[in-house]
Design a binder for this molecule. Sequence first.
Ligand SMILES: Cc1cc2nc3c(=O)[nH]c(=O)nc-3n(C[C@H](O)[C@H](O)[C@H](O)COP(=O)(O)OP(=O)(O)OC[C@H]3O[C@@H](n4cnc5c(N)ncnc54)[C@H](O)[C@@H]3O)c2cc1C
Length: 423
Amino acid sequence: MSNKSLKQHLLLNNSSVAIIGAGASGLLSAIILGRAKFNVTVFERNTKVGRKILTTGNGKCNISNINISSLNYYCHDNTLINHVLKQFNFKKCQELFEELGLDFYIQEDGKAYPQTLQASSVVDVLYYEAKRVGVTFVLNTTIENINYQDNKFTFSSEDNIQSFDKLIVATGSKAMPKLGSCDIGYNIAKDFGHDIVEPFASLVQLVSDNIHIKELSGVKINAKIILEIDKEHIQTRQGDLLFTNYGLSGNTILDISRDSSYALSIGSLVTVKLDIFPQFNKDVLISKLTKRVKNSYNKDKYFWLEGFLHKKLIRYIIDNCGLRNGIVTANEINKKDIMTIVHFIKNIKINIIDTKGFDTAEVCAGGVNIYEIKTKSLESTIQKELYFVGEVLDIDGQCGGYNLHWAWASAFVCANNIVNHRR
Ligand SMILES: Cc1cc2nc3c(=O)[nH]c(=O)nc-3n(C[C@H](O)[C@H](O)[C@H](O)COP(=O)(O)OP(=O)(O)OC[C@H]3O[C@@H](n4cnc5c(N)ncnc54)[C@H](O)[C@@H]3O)c2cc1C
């Protein structure tokens, strides 16, 4: 080895990086740094890497989205997101994964998945590459209580004191603790003087105090949903809705859950108004029901809508819409009764009293305050050589592949910046 390359070799070997968390952002950071010959060690509290990735997209992993922009994210300031997405857009994401051997399948709505539709493919290609480029993994190990002394981050692991030149916190958020999530990442940030924007559950199911909703448990429909907070219209969505024994779930509910969750956390009144037949306007629905009544002869009041609505919905509507007492058969239903039924179908009000919380939330809003993070490097403005990537930051995305994209993108920008500024 020549003197120059020996010097370079020793220099490179001296650059040690600890990454806490072998999730989406930790694995990608490790690969980029490992490829650049940094001495990388990833610490993971689970016994396996990428456990959360395996559950994403119902096991299919909605890895990114072709329509990605900063509009898909919630954050107090878009400067950081814009910078990161400019460096790592959808095309870059697809190229990076293709280079790892993972082809994309892109749905018509823009959501991207691995072509295999298996989240395990994503974890496998990432883990393989990280190992190939020499990354060391220390699994089943929870890291906390980190000190910074003599230009080194020091903590204990496997009964040893370990020290590193740089530290990347890729611990994710508090969402879904059974997958390894916890608040240690926030505590590490706090220990170094960082402000934490109070985390709250997002992309989460909503809980109602409506006692009749249990009767609808398991019914899945296409519905129009209006979210009202303190009686003010906040947003309207249309799509999948699932009634459950605690309240409401489904993609549309996840979409409105962030606003609901925040409103509940500050004591606001949250109401969801459902139109459970959005495909027909009021007049069409009235004429359809009028025709049904005419042709129903002596059908029972619970049977004349059979074949038109889900069985559980029929009973729920007839019992709760405010129909006159004493009606037994459909031929007793008059024009006014039909108006009452149609009004109910298009305006079912469900009070929301809570969310299912961090236990089932897909992501967390809140986290490490981005005003204390450098835009170009994701380095702390408080502690040099300390970096934060992924969901531990106060940035969360909508449903649709945006949260994983943020994990990949922030890791990409952070790790490449470390490589490019190697001393
Ligand atoms: C059920 C579910 C489905 C989802 N589906 C999608 C989807 O289809 N598309 C999408 O874009 N997003 C989805 N998400 C969100 C997405 O998974 C996360 O936003 C993303 O994984 C965040 O990446 P991360 O690297 O920041 O954190 P994570 O992937 O959560 O990784 C953090 C890792 O750090 C480890 N860790 C934490 N603290 C410590 C510590 N002190 N010491 C050692 N290890 C530690 C954890 O065990 C974990 O493995 C889903 C989330 C859930 C829960």
